[in-house]
Ligand binder design. Structure first.
Ligand code: FAD
Length: 304
């Protein structure tokens, strides 16, 4: 299915953009979980204009969803696991339910990227064997053993991207159980990925490069690479997929005043563009991105 605009994220930034775009009668899809928005976790939001008594995060979320839907926004509650250039022009987005959508414009409103995981030595070995992106770094592990750490669909997806390169792949749950969809689980098995439950407690290395991973049961896995793929696909993972410029110091997507990224047709808004992390700025940035896109689409149509 193809849309004019796909909005990734259903928090204040994404839903604000959705209101503008839906009201402008532009075809669009929002992909994200309103319950995954950090605003929905707030006990009481007191600094957002128009609510002198404050409003609970839960009610704010419900009212935002209702407002976007009222104007026709479609919200798909799935997890985005990949986004990239489409062979048909524009971009594609894939979800954990194996749905694929295409659009001319993307707005990334995926909130804060929560990483690293805190495993001992993880940060020390970034770039020396520790990675967060198999599409970016998988190539370096041709015919070498790798470990992937994570128990959800994101981890499965990252692992499958390594299959064409690595000589052996071990997927460690880092949790009690795997929570991977059946289709992904089947693909992992077909590709001889070893699945191990257990927690990684330390990245082992010789100072220059990774040599292994230590698990909480005392066992060691020898490996050249450790790919962390915990939780869901975050804003920076998607941004890296798309080749967006990232400020590595602030861990945010670089945008201009129109919320444009360095790639034409891709905009970003909200917490993923950096501080301040506030509902008001997220709502404002979502609106700016949407208005810019509406303007571009109308100009394009006028020129035809
Ligand atoms: C406890 C708490 C209290 C707060 N209190 C206040 C306050 O009082 N006032 C204030 O102004 N700010 C407050 N904040 C900050 C505020 O919540 C954020 O600044 C705001 O939510 C940012 O909006 P956003 O849309 O950029 O990101 P978010 O609200 O975090 O939304 C991100 C969206 O992206 C989705 N998403 C992420 N990854 C994926 C994926 N892979 N696939 C699909 N969807 C994905 C999420 O499900 C979610 O829908 C608080 C934050 C917290 C945690």
């Amino acid at each position: 299915m193809r849309y004019d605009v796909i909005i990734l994220g259903a928090g204040p930034a994404g839903l604000s953009a959705a209101v503008y775009i839906a009201r402008a009668n532009i075809s669009s899809l929002v992909i994200g979980l309103p319950d995954g928005s950090r605003a929905s976790w707030a006990h009481n939001i007191e600094n957002y204009l128009g609510f002198p008594e404050g409003i609970s995060g839960k009610e704010f979320k419900e009212r935002s969803v209702a407002q976007a839907k009222k104007f026709g926004a479609i919200i798909l509650e799935e997890e985005v696991i990949a986004a990239n250039y489409s062979e048909n022009g524009g971009y594609y987005v894939e979800t954990n339910k194996e749905n694929r959508f295409e659009a001319d414009y993307l707005i990334l409103a995926l909130g804060l990227n929560v990483k690293p995981s805190g495993v001992k030595n993880e940060v020390e070995y970034i770039g020396k064997g520790v990675s967060y992106c198999s599409t970016c770094d998988g190539f370096f592990y041709k015919d070498r053993p790798v470990v992937v750490i994570g128990n959800k669909d994101l981890a499965a997806r990252e692992t499958l991207d390594l299959v064409e390169f690595a000589s052996k792949i071990t997927l460690i749950s880092h949790a009690k159980d795997f929570e991977i969809s059946e289709n992904f689980l089947n693909k992992l098995k077909q590709n001889n990925v070893e699945l191990r439950t257990g927690k990684a407690i330390e990245v082992l290395g010789d100072g220059e490069k990774v040599t292994g991973v230590l698990l909480d049961d005392g066992s060691k896995i020898t490996t050249d690479g450790v790919f962390f793929a915990l939780g869901n696909m975050g804003s920076l993972d998607i941004a890296r997929f798309l080749g967006l410029e990232i400020n590595e110091k602030t861990k945010s997507i670089v945008v201009d005043r129109s919320m444009k990224t360095n790639i034409p047709g891709i905009y970003a808004a909200g917490d993923c563009t950096g501080e301040p992390y506030q509902v008001s700025t997220a709502v404002g940035e979502g609106a700016i991105a949407a208005l810019e896109i509406i303007h571009e689409i109308r100009n394009r149509k006028d020129r035809r």
